[in-house]
Each structure stands twice: as structure tokens, then as C-alpha cells.
Design a protein around this ligand. Structure first.
Ligand SMILES: Nc1ncnc2c1ncn2[C@@H]1O[C@H](COP(=O)(O)OP(=O)(O)OP(=O)(O)O)[C@@H](O)[C@H]1O
Ligand SMILES: [Mg+2]
Length: 391
């Protein structure tokens, strides 16, 4: 693997290399030159968006394949082998609901990851972004997206070896193909970039609201963190609301805080996204809310596994009856909330939901983990015991 990495310098040509796997699973090494020309020199016009690890560009290879190229921020040499191993793991992952690897380029000072381009972009763009007004997400599609994403997670948690915990389940990481089949993205590379770095530069927006309390507070990672995030995502899919929204006056409210009063009163119809115009299956809606309630329990051990989630969502779990439900709400600390970049006006203004970041202050403004460091030295029960809203 080490030698294959060094063959990808910007000036060297690498032809005929074929990665492991076959069919959809095949990937190869791309040259920098090739990706440069495919993306029109990483032109701003080709930019699909920007995330914590770098920018993503649309491109077309010389043989006509549409690709999305993620250009990582510079990494150090030490990460090179890890990168190679990671690519190999990713290259083995194959599931209809996971966005696998198409290839990569690892030169001395840059890392680029190549994926298939997803023509319907992300779930985020349909729920809150540039496609939101098109109302293309009918109830059936929403359920397909929820179940498909959950199945992708079942594969990561239970089927692939080694098991993979995603850690960043959110609407921008659920991509949609031309049939609105969901493909969960970004499940591999998060691990190899040092936590401080990866999350420092990830905008808190759209991320903070998905974080399981034990992960946000103590960095405790397990499959159940993904289950929590999935619960928030599911609520978002059903209600069309953002995980954290800014109310007039600057107060921020989480989606669970918003949903709880309706759930308590059994007013499920009021939870459905108004964009559905009343066209939804009420039994399925209740079941989905039920699943979300189970997933967002503050104690990780009480959350269902993704396997259970799938079977309830598919209506295959005979035990899963909708009972009287209460939804728990996490109270993120004031200071953490203050760092959240939720700004409703910004989303509609731009084609890219990730805006050009401001210069300089990025690491302070977006640093979840630096914020968590602050939490660690305080009594967690102040936040998660007494401040807990429900149950
Ligand atoms: N294969 C793809 N096809 C189409 N759009 C993509 C593809 N990969 C990423 N995108 C879009 O590009 C944008 C940036 O993605 P990126 O993964 O860098 O950031 P993010 O998902 O917002 O945050 P994070 O860094 O936490 O994953 C997102 O809007 C994402 O949906
Ligand atoms: Mg992403």
C-alpha cells in the first residue's frame, strides 16, 4: 500500500491500477492532474459545498463518469499510512445505502477522495436547502430515505469487519441518487483525522444537534451514538424541522424540545412536515416518532440497535406498539449552544449550505471538541441530570 501511495504525485501518471473488489466496489488511484482537469481546476463553479475536512467539487472524468471530489485540507506525513489503511477498509465496504469509494489521490501534500456524484445531492438540500421549495420529498420517499439510511448503518454496525461507527450522521451526510435512494456518506475518514482537527473545523451547525449526550460530554463513542443521531435525523425527515433552530430573539431550540409537547398530547399530525400537505400515512408517522423517541433516550444503553430500528420502521417488529410516549431533550450547555452556527437566513441565500468560512477565527467558532473540553471539567449532572426536560 505504501508504494501505491507514492505513485500518485501530481506529475506522475498512474494508469491501469485497479483497486480491490469488483463491480460497484472497484476503486482506483487518480492522479492529481486528472482530478484537476475533471473539476475544471477545482473551480468555484464546480464547488458542491464545504465541510469539516475540505471542499467538495463536482467533476467529470475523461470517460464521462460524474464524480464528487473531496479535497482534504493538508495532512501530515504520519497520516499517510493510516490513510492507506482507511482507504482499504472503505474500499471493502459495499452496501446499496453507503456511498463507497470511487478512488483517491494521495500526493505529498494533498489528499483527495473521489466518490460517485449523487445527482440529488444531500437530504439537507431537500429539507432545508436549495431544493426545499421543490417539495420533492413525499411521504414514501421520506420513509425510503429513513429506512435505507438505517440499513446502511446496520451494515456498518453489525455486518462489516471491523465494525464502523459513523459518528457524523446528519442530513448533509445522507446523499440521494437519481431515484432518491439514500446513500450514507463520510463513514470512514473521520477516524483517521485527529479528533481535534476534524471537529475543530466542522461547522457546529447541523452537527451539534445530532450529538448524543455522552459523546458531546465525554467523547464516549459507541454504536448507540449513531443511533441517537439517527433519531434526530428521523425526526427531521418527518417534521422538516432543523435539529436546532433559532427563534426570534436569538433563543435556540432543539427539535426534541419542539416535538415533545405535541408527542405528550398525542398530536402526531401536527408533527408532520407541512410540506407534505397532510399526505402521509398516520400509522407510519406514529411509528417513526416512536422510533425517534427510543433513539434519543439520554442513556445510550436504552436505545435500540439499528437492527431493531429497521425492523420497527418496516413494521416487522410485533412488539413495537406505539405507547404513550415522552421524548427526552438534551440540554446542550449555553456555551455550546452559543457556538452553534445555526442561522436560518444563511441557508436560503446560497447554493452551498456551507459558506465560505470567515478567516482566522474558524477554529474557535466551530470547535465542538474544544467546547467539550470545557464541559469535561464541569459537573455533567448540572447539565444532563437536573436540566433534563422530560421523563
Ligand atoms: N458524492 C456527492 N455527491 C453530491 N454531493 C456531495 C457528495 N459528497 C458531498 N456532497 C455535498 O458536498 C457538501 C460538502 O460535503 P462535506 O461532506 O465536505 O461536508 P458536510 O457533509 O456538510 O460536513 P462533514 O464534513 O461533517 O461531512 C455537502 O453539501 C454534501 O452533501
Ligand atoms: Mg459530509
Amino acid at each position: 500500500m505504501g508504494s501505491s501511495l507514492s505513485c500518485c504525485g501530481p506529475d506522475k501518471v498512474d494508469e491501469g491500477f485497479s483497486g480491490i473488489g469488483g463491480g460497484n466496489n472497484s476503486w482506483r488511484i487518480f492522479t492529481y492532474k486528472e482530478l484537476h482537469s475533471a473539476t475544471n481546476g477545482f473551480s468555484d463553479d464546480n464547488k458542491l459545498g464545504e465541510g469539516g475536512f475540505g471542499s467538495v467539487y463536482w467533476g467529470k472524468t475523461s470517460n464521462g463518469l460524474q464524480i464528487a471530489v473531496k479535497k482534504l485540507k493538508a495532512m501530515n506525513l504520519k497520516a499517510e499510512m493510516e490513510f492507506a489503511v482507511e482507504v482499504e477498509v472503505l474500499g471493502r465496504v459495499q452496501h446499496k445505502n453507503l456511498l463507497g469509494l470511487r478512488g483517491y489521490c494521495a500526493g505529498t501534500d494533498q489528499r483527495l477522495i473521489v466518490y460517485d456524484y449523487m445527482p440529488n445531492l444531500s437530504l439537507l438540500s431537500h429539507l432545508h436547502g436549495q431544493f426545499a421549495t421543490d417539495a420533492q420529498l413525499d411521504w414514501k420517499r421520506r420513509m425510503k430515505i429513513a429506512i435505507g439510511s438505517a440499513e446502511g448503518l446496520v451494515y456498518l454496525h453489525h455486518e462489516v469487519t471491523p465494525h464502523i461507527i459513523h459518528r457524523d450522521i446528519k442530513a448533509s451526510n445522507v446523499l440521494l441518487d437519481s431515484h432518491f435512494e439514500p446513500l450514507v456518506a463520510d463513514f470512514g475518514f473521520a477516524k483517521l483525522i485527529p479528533e481535534g482537527v476534524s471537529h475543530m473545523t466542522t461547522r457546529v451547525k447541523g452537527t451539534l444537534g445530532y450529538l448524543a449526550p455522552e459523546y458531546a460530554m465525554w467523547g464516549k463513542v459507541s454504536e448507540s451514538c449513531d443511533v441517537y443521531s439517527f433519531g434526530i435525523l428521523l425526526l427531521e425527515i418527518v417534521t422538516g424541522r432543523k435539529p436546532i433552530e433559532k427563534l426570534p430573539g436569538g433563543i435556540k431550540r432543539t427539535i426534541t424540545e419542539w416535538a415533545e409537547p405535541y408527542i405528550v398530547k398525542g398530536r402526531f399530525r401536527d408533527l408532520a412536515d407541512p410540506k407534505l400537505r397532510g399526505n402521509f400515512d398516520e400509522a407510519q408517522l406514529k411509528q417513526a416518532i416512536n422510533v425517534a423517541v427510543l433513539c434519543v433516550q439520554s442513556e445510550g444503553e436504552r436505545r435500540p440497535t439499528m437492527k431493531e430500528v429497521v425492523s420497527i420502521l418496516k413494521g416487522q417488529d410485533p412488539k413495537a406498539k406505539v405507547m404513550h410516549m415522552r421524548m427526552e431533550s438534551i440540554k446542550y450547555g449555553e456555551d455550546l449552544m452559543a457556538q452553534d452556527q445555526t442561522d436560518d437566513d444563511r441557508d436560503d441565500r446560497d447554493h452551498h449550505h456551507h459558506h465560505q468560512k470567515g478567516d482566522g477565527d474558524e477554529s474557535d467558532a466551530y470547535g465542538i471538541f474544544s467546547a467539550i473540553e470545557v464541559h469535561k471539567i464541569r459537573d455533567p449532572h448540572q447539565r444532563f441530570g437536573n436540566n433534563r426536560r422530560a421523563i
